[in-house]
Design a protein around this ligand. Structure first.
Ligand SMILES: NC(=O)c1ccc[n+]([C@@H]2O[C@H](COP(=O)([O-])OP(=O)(O)OC[C@H]3O[C@@H](n4cnc5c(N)ncnc54)[C@H](OP(=O)(O)O)[C@@H]3O)[C@@H](O)[C@H]2O)c1
Length: 340
């Protein structure tokens, strides 16, 4: 099979295309014929050395979609021929999705609705599961998402045109929340609206907090936060009593500070989250709810749905990584086969 690999960390030039033996699934594993590989910031950050490199050779990319091709002993959740979306393919293992086949633990290959494209499937993993977690860690909120689960609640998505932000808007709208998103430009405002955000405000702005308070006088219950270092002060100002600020990234800086009294007076929950360490229970819940949202048609991708797709062929995986590292708007995907 054709596979992209790297055997030392570094810039994208460490990625090479080569022929590798077809991997066999072991007990509890499945082999997926990859149609589309999804690229996330974590993939280039890992390749640059941001995570421990503990294998002689790694195929990058956590997310993907394709067709189950072989199942190992004891697997009953999926069968050969089934269309699936794949998450955390390369977590603690060397077999990511930038290859014609990937062997993954069976639970990380999730059935994909028949009418959902592989492009959609490959866009789910990291972004949608992160967004799911951010929306389900509220002290008094639901731990699962479904239509109506967030009814009567207001969600603020900071960075609503990012991949995670886009998924957070779509999932929150599906679950019945009122959604306010922030973006940095008119172009991104159009994307956040296309994703379904009810209100979109632009940053940076001196009046951002006032604008959010005007839309949500009682405060917002949930904040999905990409840039806590930049936004902590605004977040504390607009959060409702007992609200949760779910922060998942260090865009904007490595440390943050916040007003202590204003924060504890509102019983604020500062909730960090990292998909790699969130735990199997949270991952399984996210996979199930995200699949239900896909089946409901609630997570479309593409420019008309607020997530423009940028495609690369497998042999240009390095360029795909560079595009994500440069902050490409929308979703960067790698076409591994011609299957849709
Ligand atoms: N913890 C986890 O498990 C986890 C999971 C997924 C992703 N991440 C991390 O989350 C980050 C985003 O990932 P992604 O795939 O969504 O990337 P992305 O598609 O590049 O989106 C990042 C978004 O953040 C916005 N942004 C930057 N600074 C902002 C600010 N001060 N206020 C509001 N928005 C701001 C950007 O908009 P502008 O450039 O227009 O400002 C952009 O829309 C990455 O650092 C990634 O590594 C972490």
């Amino acid at each position: 099979m054709r596979a992209i690999t790297y055997s030392q960390t570094g810039d994208s030039s460490v990625l090479t295309l080569g022929e590798r033996r077809l991997p066999e699934p072991g007990p509890g594993e499945v082999r997926v014929r990859i149609a589309v590989s999804g690229v996330n910031p974590t993939d280039w950050k890992a390749r640059e050395g941001g995570r421990p490199f503990s294998f002689p050779e790694v195929t990058p990319n956590q997310d993907g979609a394709g067709t189950v091709d072989a199942v190992g002993a004891g697997v009953s959740s999926v069968s050969a021929g089934q269309r699936v979306w794949v998450y955390l393919a390369q977590h603690e293992r060397p077999t990511g999705t930038a290859a014609e086949y990937a062997v993954v633990p069976a639970e990380r290959a999730v059935p994909l609705a028949d009418d959902a494209s592989f492009a959609l499937g490959a866009s789910l993993g990291v972004p949608a599961m992160t967004a799911h977690r951010a929306l389900t860690v509220h002290e008094d909120g639901p731990s699962r998402l479904a239509p109506g689960a967030l009814a009567g609640r207001t969600v603020l998505v900071q960075g609503g045109a990012g991949a995670v932000g886009h998924a957070a808007i779509q999932l929150a709208v599906w679950a019945g929340a009122s959604v306010i998103a922030t973006v940095s430009s008119d172009e991104k405002e159009a994307l956040a609206r296309a994703a379904g955000a009810h209100h979109v405000l632009q940053y940076p702005s001196e009046t951002l907090a006032a604008g959010i308070r005007e839309l949500a006088p009682e405060g917002v219950q949930h904040i999905v936060e990409v840039a806590i270092a930049d936004n902590a002060a605004v977040d504390v100002e607009v959060i409702a009593n007992h609200g949760t600020i779910g922060y998942y990234a260090d865009n904007g800086g490595d440390t943050f500070s916040a007003a202590v009294r204003a924060s504890f007076a509102k019983n604020v929950r500062w909730q960090g989250l990292l998909l790699y360490t969130v735990g199997e229970t949270a991952l399984a819940a996210a996979a199930e709810d995200v699949s239900a949202a896909v089946a409901d048609g609630a997570l479309p991708v593409g420019g008309d749905s607020g997530l423009p797709l940028t495609w690369f062929p497998l042999d240009e995986t390095a360029a795909a990584h560079d595009a994500v590292a440069a902050g490409a708007t929308g979703k960067v995907l790698i076409r591994v086969s011609d299957e849709d």
